[in-house]
Design a protein around this ligand. Structure first.
Ligand code: NAP
Ligand code: HSE
Length: 433
């Protein structure tokens, strides 16, 4: 039986996990595919690097273009290299030759439509289960299982690093943001450039991919209103808990017909809601289908093993088609159109506002007055600190009734430069689950 030859671009956290899992389950996989899978060639940057997974040095190269040569006789290209350059050009070329499996959300969010067009034109599959939700089979669900329904909305915890950090910080114990981020990096959760995670861009890229599959909406991921978790302080977790909420970093999408509402930001989620209890590196995506109703998928969203499971599932899928279909793989039909992103005011929300102010007579009246002038109504309020001679700022925390973001911004702008404001106000949306 002729082996299916795999060309692996990159062998770091994810690629190494794929090689390991492929070796561990080789005979079962060969039986499922109808042929053994062989890692024929691997491209890395540094051949001498010590790796968790031993590689046959004779098959390791530093020039990824060698895998595209006809004499390499590669059947399936698996890309776990990351980034846009030279990856985009490599995968365009690879799709002319055969099926491609990738876990690269940045690439898909930026060039996904072009690559899918290329796959359609050449008749080869582009599979990308590992790109969103790590080990959660969300891509297959949206691409295949739910094609008979209309997805109306989705809400997801889609960045494992952010969820890991927020969970550790909410548990108290005083671990610093930097220490928890270093732990996430050591565990292989974080991107090579961790600001992609903590500033929300990784989640925005994943949301752009989900929007394409769920709503048929092609958007520019860099235009999605995006906020990361750098400004969420331990005290915000304490106040949120006091009001009955957990703080989660959410990617939210809603189909609005001619436009699509997309946003990524920290959110207060009621402690009884399922998403509030998705902790650590776990991801979860809650889908609302018109016919299906609610559906929740949850699992480990980052790291070598969970992501390798998704990548290997794709490899087996395309390899099986190569063995069993007369013409090899055929790309699954997807339809999309360029879709504008709705303005942030598209939906009202309750808000958590934490003011850091000097404790002087009349300050509360000025804050509530500014909110009242902007027609923002207050639901609850607490003040913490003050009453001593230190003159240190106090925390005034308000929960508002549902309001437009523009109204909140108007109110905050009118007091931002007041002499009683010690630090910028912290604003977090409440996500009603
Ligand atoms: P990584 O550990 O940094 O691995 C990247 C690999 O690519 C390394 O083996 C590196 O070689 C190789 N490489 C990079 N640029 C190259 C070039 N120009 N030529 C040849 N080889 C090159 O990254 P990772 O965490 O595995 O992530 C890989 C991809 O999977 C990214 O797109 C990421 O977004 C995605 N992803 C990651 C996770 C996760 O949990 N880590 C989960 C889902 C998706 P050296 O080893 O020699 O440096
Ligand atoms: N850095 C990403 C995360 C990897 O933390 O979720 C999984 O896509």
């Amino acid at each position: 039986m002729k082996a299916i030859r795999i060309g692996l671009l990159g062998c770091g956290t994810v690629g190494g996990g794929v090689v390991q899992l492929l070796h561990a389950n080789a005979s079962e996989i060969a039986a499922r595919v109808g042929a053994p899978l062989e890692i024929a060639m691997v491209a890395v940057r540094d051949v001498a690097k010590t790796r968790a997974t031993a590689l046959d040095r004779a098959r390791v190269v530093t020039d990824p273009w060698l895998l595209m040569n006809d004499d390499a006789k590669i059947d399936v290209i698996v890309e776990t290299m990351g980034g846009l350059d030279p990856t985009a050009a490599l995968l365009e070329r690879a799709l002319e030759r055969g099926p491609v499996v990738t876990a690269n959300k940045m690439l898909l969010a930026t060039h996904g439509a072009k690559l899918l067009e290329r796959a359609k034109a050449s008749g080869h599959e582009l599979a990308f289960e590992g790109a969103v939700g790590g080990g959660i089979p969300i891509i297959r669900v949206l691409r295949e299982a739910l094609v008979g329904d209309t997805v109306e909305s989705l809400r997801g915890i889609v960045n494992g690093t952010c969820n890991f950090i927020l969970t550790k910080m909410s548990a108290g114990g005083g671990a610093s943001f930097d220490a928890v981020l270093a732990e996430a990096q050591a565990l292989g959760y974080a991107e090579a450039e961790p600001s992609l995670d903590i500033d929300g861009h990784d989640a925005a890229q994943k949301l752009a991919i989900l929007a394409l599959l769920a709503f048929g909406a092609h958007v520019d991921a860099s235009k999605i209103p995006t906020e990361g978790i750098r400004n969420v302080a331990p005290i915000d977790h304490q106040f949120a808990a006091r009001f009955g909420f957990a703080i989660k970093h959410l990617a939210v999408g809603r189909n609005r017909g001619s436009e699509v509402e997309l946003r990524v930001h920290p959110s207060l989620v009621h402690r009884d809601a399922t998403l509030a209890n998705v902790n650590g590196v776990l991801n979860a995506i809650a889908i609302e289908g018109r016919a299906l109703g609610p559906c929740l998928l949850s699992g480990r969203g980052a790291g070598a093993n969970p992501t390798a499971v998704s990548v290997l599932g794709d490899i087996v899928d395309v390899a099986r088609s190569l063995v069993q279909l007369p013409k090899g793989t055929a790309p699954r039909a997807l339809r999309w159109k360029d879709t504008p992103i709705a303005k942030v005011d598209a939906s009202d929300s309750r808000y958590y506002l934490r003011f850091q102010v000097f404790d002087r007579p009349g300050v509360l009246a000025k804050i509530t007055g500014a909110l009242g002038d902007a027609r923002v109504s207050i639901e609850q309020m607490v003040q913490q600190g003050g009453g001593d001679a230190s003159g240190a700022p106090v925390q005034v925390v308000l929960m508002t009734h549902a309001a437009k973001e523009s109204a909140i911004e108007r109110a905050l702008a009118s007091i931002a430069s007041a002499d009683f404001v010690a630090q910028p106000t912290r604003v977090i949306r409440v996500e009603e689950a």
